[in-house]
Design a protein around this ligand. Structure first.
Ligand SMILES: Cc1ncc(COP(=O)(O)O)c(C=O)c1O
Length: 355
C-alpha cells in the first residue's frame, strides 16, 4: 500500500498555518497592515511607467537587481557588495533563514514579534528559543543575553522597532547584545524611519555577524512593489546570497526604487506627517475612557481595550479595519492600527469614543 500523501510532506507543516490577514485586505478605512496612507503622486508614477515601458520585457532581469542595489547602497553610504535587494523583505527573511538555519540549529526570537520568523524557523526544523518581552511590552535585554548564552543559540532575530509591540531597542542595547552573544544577529529595521532610536547600520563594519534588514513597504510607501534589503559586511552578504531565488525582483521594482530614492523628500514629508499624527492620536487616545495606548516608535499604535474582539468587530462594521493582536503573548485585548490620513484617524477616534 502507498503512503498517505501527508506522511510525505515536511513534518513541520503540521506546526504552521497558512498566512492570513484577519478581516481581509479591503476596507473604507484600512489601518490593519502598517502601510503608508500616501500613494506615489501621479507624475512620479507616469515617469516610472515611462521608463518601464522602454525596458525589454522579453529579457530576464539581472540575476540580482544590481541597479537597485547600487542606488540603495549609495543612498545609505555603503558599498554595493554590502547590500542585496529582495522581493519584499519577507523574501529576504526566507533567504537569510535558509542560509543560517537547519535541523538542530537554535534561533532566539523575543516574543511577541513578527510571526513570519517563527514560521520559517519551524519549516527549517530549527529549535525556537522564545524570550518574553517585559509586561509593558519593552525588550528584556538581560533575558535575551542570558537565554542566548545558556541555550547557545546560533541565530537571533530582533525586530526593532518591533512589530507588533511598537517598542524599540536602543542602539546601545543592540551593541550590548552583539558584544555578549556568539550568534548571527539579524536586526529587522522595517520601521526604523519612525523610530527615536538610531539604526544599527553603523555597526556593520564592527560586527561581522550582524545583518540589518530593511523594507520599502512602510515609510517608502511601496508595499505593492515588494522591495526589501539586507545589509551586512560583504563577506557575510556573499554567503547569505547563496540560497537566494535568482531573478526574484522584476524590472519595475528596481525602477520604482531608484525614482523614489531620487525624490526622497516625498518620504521625509510623509514620515513627518505620520509622526505628527501619531503624537496627536496618542494624546486623544489618552483622553478616552477604557482605552490604554502604549508608547510607539513605529507608524502604528497598540491600544488595550475591554474586549478587543467586540471593538474590532464594531470598528469593522463601521468601515474601519484594524488588526486584532490579542492572540500574541502579553497582548491580551490589544488592537493594532497604523496611522492613516487625518480624516481616517479622526474617524477611528470618534468611533472609539462612542464605543
Ligand atoms: C517587522 C517586519 N518585518 C518584515 C515585514 C515584511 O515586509 P515586506 O515583505 O513587505 O518587505 C513586516 C511587514 O509587516 C514587518 O512588520
Amino acid at each position: 500500500m502507498k503512503r498517505d500523501y501527508r506522511d510525505l510532506l515536511n513534518p513541520a507543516l503540521q506546526q504552521i498555518g497558512v498566512y492570513k490577514v484577519e478581516g481581509g485586505q479591503e476596507a473604507e478605512v484600512k489601518l490593519n497592515q502598517n502601510e503608508s496612507p500616501f500613494d506615489l503622486p501621479l507624475w512620479l508614477k507616469e515617469k516610472i511607467l515611462g521608463e518601464f515601458r522602454d525596458e525589454p520585457w522579453n529579457r530576464y532581469p539581472d540575476i540580482l537587481p544590481y541597479r537597485g542595489m547600487e542606488a540603495y547602497a549609495s543612498f545609505l553610504g555603503v558599498t554595493p557588495d554590502s547590500v542585496v535587494m529582495s522581493n519584499g523583505s519577507n523574501e529576504m527573511l526566507y533567504t537569510i533563514f535558509l542560509a543560517c538555519l537547519g535541523a538542530g540549529s537554535k534561533v532566539l526570537i523575543p516574543q511577541p514579534s513578527f510571526s513570519l520568523y517563527e514560521k520559517i524557523a519551524l519549516l527549517l526544523q530549527a529549535e525556537v528559543v522564545e524570550v518574553p518581552m517585559l509586561p509593558e511590552l519593552d525588550f528584556d535585554v538581560d533575558a535575551v543575553i542570558a537565554a542566548a548564552t545558556s541555550e547557545k543559540v546560533d541565530f537571533i532575530v530582533l525586530s526593532t522597532p518591533n512589530n507588533p509591540t511598537g517598542k524599540s531597542l536602543s542602539r546601545a542595547d543592540v551593541e550590548r547584545i552583539l558584544d555578549a552573544v556568539d550568534a548571527i544577529v539579524l536586526v529587522d529595521e522595517a520601521y526604523i524611519e519612525f523610530s527615536r532610536e538610531e539604526s544599527a547600520l553603523g555597526l556593520i563594519g564592527r560586527y561581522p555577524n550582524l545583518i540589518v534588514l530593511r523594507t520599502m513597504s512602510k515609510a517608502l510607501a511601496l508595499a505593492g512593489m515588494r522591495i526589501g534589503f539586507a545589509i551586512s559586511n560583504p563577506a557575510l552578504m556573499a554567503e547569505i546570497t547563496k540560497p537566494k531565488i535568482p531573478f526574484a525582483s522584476g524590472r519595475l521594482a528596481e525602477i520604482t526604487l531608484i525614482n523614489v530614492l531620487e525624490n526622497y523628500s516625498l518620504v521625509t514629508e510623509a514620515v513627518e506627517f505620520i509622526l505628527g499624527e501619531r503624537r496627536r492620536l496618542q494624546q486623544e487616545l489618552a483622553a478616552i475612557d477604557g482605552v490604554r495606548a502604549f508608547e510607539s516608535d513605529t507608524n502604528f499604535l497598540i491600544i488595550r481595550v475591554g474586549d478587543a474582539s467586540k471593538v474590532f468587530s464594531s470598528l469593522k462594521d463601521a468601515g474601519v479595519l484594524v488588526r486584532n493582536v490579542s492572540g500574541y503573548p502579553l497582548m491580551e485585548n490589544c488592537l493594532r492600527f497604523n496611522v492613516g490620513l487625518r480624516e481616517e484617524n479622526d474617524r477611528l477616534l470618534e468611533l472609539l469614543r462612542k464605543l
